[in-house]
Design a binder for this molecule. Sequence first.
Ligand code: DOR
Ligand code: ZN
Length: 346
Amino acid sequence: MDSLRIRRPDDMHLHLRDGAMLRAVLPATARVFGRALVMPNLVPPVALPREAAEYRDRIYAALGPGTGFRPLMTLYLTEETRPADLQAAHEARLVTAVKLYPAGATTNSASGVRDMDRVRPALETMARVGLPLCVHGEVTDPDVDIFDREARFIEEVLDPLRRAVPGLRVVMEHVTTKDAVDYVSGQRDMGATVTPQHLMLDRNAMLVGGVRPHYYCLPILKRREHREALRAFAASGDPRLFLGTDSAPHPTGAKEAACGCAGCFSAPVALGCYAQVFDEMGALGHLEAFASENGAAFYRLPPNEGTVLLERTEAARIPPPLEVDGDTVTVFDPGRAPGWQVKETA
Ligand code: DOR
Ligand code: ZN
């Protein structure tokens, strides 16, 4: 098979930022994806319905006319979030999900949640009205090793939370471990996303022979056996798993620094990267469900109209860095050109 036409996909986990960065990175996503679930970790965070509406309008303004792309907005859960605001934002179809960042877990998460008991009323309201929760699944205890933080989150936070609030639909974002795969498999009311970098790379790629800051993201890349578990889960066609790039642009200077930022800017090459992984696994037949159906079904949205045509190629190249505000944004390069690229959209 040298080309593959699939229904237009959705990116169910995306960082678009704001201002000049938003204008620079948005076209790469809007060209390929029909919709994207837009993360709310701006500074200050998108925590109120009014802020989500204003951010949505800035995204549409940056998009310009003539594209069918639709941002799906999220709200940032804080200990001050009012349950009635969540219900109203859901009923107005303003937001598609609410994002839980444990305080301090990652970029711009300082306003996140410290005490899960303080958000229980918000979670109960979400379960009642059918508004899903997206979680950044890492504990933040400084004594827990960074490579163990996802597994510990499942045991200490996620499973107790799901037992305490039955019926709450939860997406475990950017899964990185066999522990996450084992937990999500077979569960009701659960979804999961996985990034290109976690399917393609393990921690050796980031750390052997020199440190590669453009592979540094959170949750951090894990050892090989975890990557193998993620690839097998994707190749199994499990309907709980769907596409969420976690494409997270930072200025190149902020990544190639003594204390570099976490995030891989993968949007321009992401769909080709996923296609390469599914191809390597002999699972191209499951790519369309992963990219274009499972996420929409989880969020109870109709699938997109339109298609994208992917082609197998030896000529794919990683695009040059984007110019933004006197710096650049470096595009994620998995180390070998992806074997697939988007040829056209219809
Ligand atoms: O690597 C990451 N970058 N992980 C996150 O959870 C946040 C993201 C960002 O916003 O830069
Ligand atoms: Zn993210």
